[in-house]
Design a protein around this ligand. Sequence first.
Ligand SMILES: Cc1cc2nc3c(=O)[nH]c(=O)nc-3n(C[C@H](O)[C@H](O)[C@H](O)COP(=O)(O)OP(=O)(O)OC[C@H]3O[C@@H](n4cnc5c(N)ncnc54)[C@H](O)[C@@H]3O)c2cc1C
Length: 386
Amino acid sequence: MRDVVVVGGSIAALTAVETLRMEEFDGRITVLSDEDLPPYTRVPLSKGVLAGRESADDVVLAPLSDEVDLHLRTPATGLDTANRTVLTPAGPVGYDGLIIATGARARRIGTVNQAERVLRTYDDGLRLRDHLDRAASVLVVGGGFLGMEVASTARALGRDVTVVDLAPPLDRLLGTAVGGHVRTVAAQAGVRFVLTHGGVRLLGTPFPTAVETADGQRLEADLIVSAVGDVPNVEWLAGSGLPVAGGVLVDERCRVSPHVVAAGDVAVFATGDGALARIPNWTNAVEQARAAAKTLLHGDDAPVYTPSRYAWTEQFGLDVKMVGSADPQGEPAVLDGSLDAGSALLAWPDAGAPRTVVAVNHPTPPAKLKRLLAKAPAPTTTGAAA
Ligand SMILES: Cc1cc2nc3c(=O)[nH]c(=O)nc-3n(C[C@H](O)[C@H](O)[C@H](O)COP(=O)(O)OP(=O)(O)OC[C@H]3O[C@@H](n4cnc5c(N)ncnc54)[C@H](O)[C@@H]3O)c2cc1C
C-alpha cells in the first residue's frame, strides 16, 4: 500500500494519520477536509470558546507533519470504490487505502427559513458567543451533555437560562442519581428546566425567538440554541455501494469494505443484540481511529476494536467522568465519597462486577476508572448515592 487517503479533518482523521506513521507506514498520506481550520478539538467549544476564554490558537491540535498532504476546504463529494478514487471539486484523488473520518454535524429541527443556532464547528462557537453577548435570556433545546454545557456556560455569564427536553436532562446518559444531582446543582445556580411530552417547534424567522412545546407551552428567549443530537456525514458516500445505515457500517476491526475503514462519529457498528450503535465522543474517535488505521495496514492481524466507553463532561462546576454503558439503571453503589458531600465514586453493578462507573468531582483518573470497570469486585456497599 503506497497511497492512503483520509477523508475528514478532525480528531479521528488526525489520530489515524499519527497511527499510520507510528506503524511505520512510509507511503503518501493525503487528508481531505472541508473545514477552513486545520484539525481542532470541539471539546472547548461549549466551554472555554463559548465563554470567550479560548480562541482558535487554543483549539487547534498538534499540526500534521510536513510529510502529510493536508487539503483544507476540500470536501469529498463522491466515492468510486471500483477505481479507488475519492471525488472532490478540485479533481479525483486516488487511493490504495481509504480512512473515512467525516464525523457528524448538528441535527436541526428548524425550517429552511430559520437561522437555527447550533454548536458543532469553531465558527458556530464564535457566532454563538457573539449572540450570547447580546442576549439576556437563553433557551437550550435538548439537555444532553452538549445542551447542559451550553446552559452552564451561559448561566456562568449571567444569562437567564432555561433547558427544555423530553425527559429529565442527563438521566438517560448518567442514570437518575447522577443526572438528578447535576440538575440540582444547575437549578441551584439558577437554571430552569421544562419538560415537554413531545417535540418542540421553533418559532420566529430568521432567528427563532420562541419555542412551542407539544403540550402547548410557549417559551420565549433572546437566544435559542438547539442541542438535539448529531447526524453522521455520509451523503458523499451515496451510490458508492458502501453500507450506510445511520452512519458507515464497520465490522469489529473498523473495516467497511476491502481497502476502506472508518472511525469516529461517522462509524456505526452492530451491537450484540442486533441493534446498530455509534459512540459519538472524543475517546471513541481517538481509540477507533487507531484501530482503523491498524486494520488498514495489517488486515486480520490487527486487533479487534473494543471501545473503552469512557466519556466526560464539565458543567456547573462538576467534573463528571464515566466509563461503561450509558443509561445505567437503578441505584448505584457508593465506592467512595457521596454526592451530597460534592465528590463521589459510584458503580452500577451487573452480574457481580461494575457495569458502569461514574466519578463526580472525584480524583480517580480515567485509567483507574477503566480498570475499576474491568476488574473491581462487586462493591459491598449498596444503596442510593447519599
Ligand atoms: C461543542 C462540543 C463539545 C464536545 N465536548 C465533548 C466532551 O467534553 N467530551 C467528549 O468526549 N466529547 C465531546 N464532544 C464530541 C467530540 O468532539 C466528537 O465525538 C469528536 O469531535 C468526533 O471526532 P470525529 O473526528 O469523528 O468527527 P468530527 O469532529 O465531526 O470531524 C469530522 C471532520 O470531517 C469533516 N468532513 C465532514 N464531511 C466531509 C467531507 N465530505 N469531506 C471532507 N471533510 C469532511 C468535518 O468538517 C470535520 O472536520 C463535543 C462535541 C461538540 C460539538
